[in-house]
Design a binder for this molecule. Structure first.
Ligand code: S6P
Ligand code: ZN
Length: 186
């Protein structure tokens, strides 16, 4: 039996998913508390909101055991000194995830209750994210960073747990001469 809905198409030239089943954006206003400098956030928001990233999903079937393919496009830029990042979450359920970076230069932050780790994440990087770690991607380049995620439909998103733990304490900011990044720990 051929399941038409189980097929989509990924355009490798434009790195774009055709026939997504869902698309959403996250803006600065959705992630106000995540950035170090609240006064900068409020100043930006007083004139305009910023789209930080877009997520396109291909979720053909919701039933148990199925997978989701998604593409995240994370814009380059900073809020004050701090590079744009994805919000970051734990999975609600015990499922790992694969991230594949298609384009750009970034860092992958992984955290559990006691530790945080930082990994290079750039075009070609593949990461298997263990189900115990909250995960966040930071764009430290000057172009769009794009990555694929593949995960179980029942993985779920637990943003609250990250907040309850005080958020990611690893902050990726511009270096003093603005030519590279540096890692600060709160
Ligand atoms: C889902 C996977 C990604 C993120 C996306 C946005 O498990 O990790 O598809 O949802 O990169 O990040 P966030 O933290 O806003 O969900
Ligand atoms: Zn995830």
């Amino acid at each position: 039996m051929i399941l038409e809905n189980d097929f989509s198409f990924f355009d490798w030239e434009y790195l774009q998913l055709e026939k997504p089943t869902d698309i959403y954006v996250k803006k600065l206003s959705n992630m106000k508390e995540q950035f170090i400098d609240n006064s900068v956030v409020l100043k930006i928001l007083s004139s305009a909101d910023l789209v930080l990233y877009k997520v396109e999903k291909f979720e053909p079937e919701k039933g148990k055991g199925n997978l989701i393919f998604s593409v995240t496009s994370l814009y380059p830029g900073t809020v004050g000194r701090e590079y744009f990042f994805t919000q970051g979450h734990y999975h609600q359920n015990d499922f790992a995830e694969i991230y594949i970076c298609l384009k750009g230069k970034g860092l992958l932050l992984l955290k559990d209750k006691n530790n945080e780790q930082v990994y290079n994440f750039e075009k070609g990087s593949i990461s298997h994210i263990n189900s115990n770690f909250a995960h966040r991607v930071v764009n430290i380049g000057d172009e769009m960073l794009k990555f694929i995620s593949v995960y179980n439909v029942d993985a779920g998103f637990d943003y609250e747990k990250v907040i309850k733990e005080g958020g990611f304490s690893t902050k990726i900011v511009k270096s003093e001469n603005s030519k590279s990044y540096k890692i600060e720990t709160l």
